[in-house]
Ligand binder design. Structure first.
Ligand code: MIC
Ligand code: SF4
Length: 651
């Protein structure tokens, strides 16, 4: 029986368990990455474990989200991260080095290795044949300490790609097409492995766009083989020594198959406010937009920006449109500048902003109420742009450029017909320099001993919850619907992210944009429960969406279903995730109801999978289920994974 690529990499890294879909495995992690919003907690947790030096092959921390330093504590976070990185043995990307995923790809990605990232878009490096997975900060801290990463063996899906993209149709349209078909829940528990003749028509950067955004399917990750096209990319990087052939066997077996003929794909667009609300661009063409953005880890590369520059050359941004872009790599920006593309963009009236996440996460360029924004990025969750009830559309960079010229949503194919503009080809830079003045190497062990870590005022120790109580009781603090994102639970935005390393302060903002009274109510009740719909906790990997509710005394979340990373984060921080045994259970509970689970410790210890939830207010009982491995039960009993690791140190 031939092996697929995912199986080959997992087998080579297997530390515990069997590769049977749904069964828990532990894998060895070669590389870790984190970014400024998640890394402060990860490093604080690493310090709390009492370790002196990072034990995985490569660790990198990127200051890519909060780089404008609107407040003094923002720079303090970076000084903490820079000193901690150097001391413990991680690379540090200074602000405006670029977006971590792209910098990691350019400098460290190695086909066939594993990378665990404290960011949901870590599947980025899957585009060059890495097994690249996003996780909460604590899981990354444990990987830094040399511990395995535990997760359920994914269902391995063969995505058979045929055909070739037509002019003006892009890799972004490929992933939008998959979102259209599968939705934001369709990838849960799965790895999408892209194979077939069509992948030979997609260069490494195009592949990366697909794997990066595959997380929006809720997938564990996705991966392309490392082949001759990957080799070509490593040649341009000047890192041929890091390249290796990583292919599935010709007769490889998969659990499922999906076919996609990319020659049938047309320019697509996700409507506000979920990445799976996908329709052809021509269905909404003519809609007036006031703002256009190109950037993020999905669309900020040289390839995207060169395409935009080619479209904009000699033309002008529509007078009623604000068009800005955030490159994803300083190196790529430098190359674009050397080749004159930046000049073309600036001459056309495009605002070339700094190479960071920027407006993707609501840092700047917040749309005005009532306006529409078209963005070549990966997420359009409501409120993420910084405006509650925003109207953000997601499309390719080419569609963005066409829209910026015309002032209304435009199918880029019309540019050829109306303005005689030739469709840009997806090109890679001829060279991608490894000279990076902003990427600071770790200190050697001797020098590290002398480095004082900069612990600013805002950097508070990693919190730990006490052991699980015998009876779990409290009121329902909030009841929410389906597809609630971690952006809803703990919003981003410049006013809030500065407190990522200060959980007591951050906790004031839980559900802030949806229900500003939540935190106060939780405090008044001394905590309680959250009730959610399907896919609760999708989106960002931020463990703060568990940590901050934990600080407010939230004891458990009862939902119809959970997103993978958030489920793990709840367990990691000692909050019990439960699902309704019967969907009507959701209807029977309202905000304010008083709930109780008797003998919860005993139930967990005995391995029970169904618990009785007593609704004291309505004198009713509801069955709830838990989907927990023995290891996760032990974490919950201890009061979370950090508490558990404190009792069972990693060797
Ligand atoms: C995001 O895109 O939402 C983020 C900001 O990159 C997050 C991480 C975070 O919230 O710190 C993610 O995707 O995991
Ligand atoms: Fe940054 Fe946006 Fe990518 Fe998250 S999705 S890492 S905020 S660019």
């Amino acid at each position: 029986m031939g092996k697929n690529l995912t199986r080959k990499i997992l087998e080579a890294h297997l530390a515990e368990g069997r590769l049977v879909p749904g069964e828990e495995i532990g894998i060895r992690i070669d590389q870790v990455l984190a970014q400024d919003l998640t890394a402060t907690q990860a490093f604080l947790q690493f310090e709390a474990m009492g370790l002196k030096r990072i034990r995985c092959k490569v660790a990198a921390c990127y200051a890519d989200h909060n780089v404008l330093h609107f407040k003094p504590e923002h720079m303090e976070d970076h000084l903490y991260l820079q000193t901690a990185s150097r001391k413990y043995g991680a690379w540090f990307g200074k602000p405006a080095t670029g977006i971590g995923h792209q910098i990691h790809l350019e400098h460290f990605a190695i086909p066939g290795e594993t990378v665990l990232g404290a960011d949901s878009h870590t599947p980025h490096c899957g585009g060059v044949g890495m097994f690249a997975v996003g996780a909460g900060g604590l899981d990354v801290a444990i990987a830094m300490a040399g511990g395995p990463y535990y997760f359920d063996t994914p269902v391995m899906v063969r995505v058979n790609v045929t055909g070739e993209l037509r002019p003006w149709c892009t890799a972004k349209d490929v992933i939008l097409e998959l979102l259209r078909r599968l939705t934001v829940r369709g990838g849960k528990g799965k790895v999408f492995e892209f194979v077939g003749p069509g992948i030979k028509t997609l260069n490494a950067q195009q592949r990366v766009t697909v794997t990066n955004m595959s997380y929006e399917l809720g997938a564990t990750t996705s991966i392309f083989p490392s082949d001759e096209l990957t080799k070509d990319y490593y040649r341009r990087l000047g890192r041929l020594d890091d390249w290796r052939d990583m292919l599935p066997d010709p007769d490889a077996e998969y659990d499922e198959t999906l076919n996609i003929d990319i020659s049938k794909i047309e320019p697509l667009i996700a409507l506000p406010s979920l990445p799976d609300k996908v329709v052809p661009v021509r269905e909404v063409a003519g809609t007036k937009v006031e703002q256009v953005m190109v950037g993020s880890c999905t669309n900020g590369s040289y390839t995207d920006l060169q395409a935009v520059a080619r479209v904009m050359k000699g033309r002008r941004v529509h007078p009623e449109v604000y068009f800005f872009l955030h490159p994803s790599s300083r190196t790529d920006l430098e190359q674009l500048a050397r080749e004159g593309y930046v000049t073309d963009l600036v001459a056309a009236g495009v605002n070339v902003a700094e190479p960071t996440c920027g407006a993707c996460i609501g840092f700047g360029h917040v749309p005005a109420p009532g306006t529409k924004s078209l963005r070549a990025i990966n997420r359009n969750f409501n409120g993420r742009s910084g405006l509650t009830d925003d109207q953000v559309y997601l499309a390719s960079s080419e569609t963005a450029a066409a829209t910026a010229i015309k002032g209304v949503i435009t199918d880029p194919r019309d540019l050829s017909k109306e303005l005689g503009i030739q469709a840009p080809r997806a090109e890679l830079p001829s060279t991608i320099s490894q000279e990076n003045p902003n990427l600071i190497p770790p200190a050697d062990e001797r020098a590290a001993a002398r480095i004082e870590i900069h612990h600013g005022e805002n950097i508070r120790p990693a919190p730990v919850k006490g052991p699980l109580e015998p009876v779990l009781a409290g009121v329902v603090l909030i009841k929410v619907g389906d597809d609630i994102t971690t952006d809803h639970i703990i919003p981003a935005g410049a006013d809030i992210v500065g407190y990522r390393s200060n959980i007591p302060k951050l906790a004031e903002f839980v559900f802030h944009r949806m229900d500003p009274g939540f935190s106060l109510r939780a405090k008044e009740h001394g905590g309680g429960f959250i009730v959610g719909g399907d896919n609760y906790g999708q989106g960002s990997s931020r463990e703060h969406a568990a940590l901050a509710p934990m600080h407010l005394g939230v004891r458990g979340v009862i939902a119809k279903s959970f997103a993978r990373i958030h489920h793990a984060n709840l367990v990691n921080w000692g909050l019990l995730p439960m699902t309704f045994a019967n969907p009507v259970g959701y209807e029977s509970i309202e905000q304010g109801d008083d709930l109780e689970i008797q003998d919860v410790r005993g139930l967990l210890e005995r391995g029970a999978e169904t618990f009785v939830l007593r609704n004291k207010t309505r004198s009713k009982e509801t069955q709830v289920k838990v989907d927990l491995t023995p290891r996760e039960r032990a974490y919950l009993l201890a009061g979370g994974k950090l508490a558990y690791v404190g009792q069972h140190p990693l060797h």
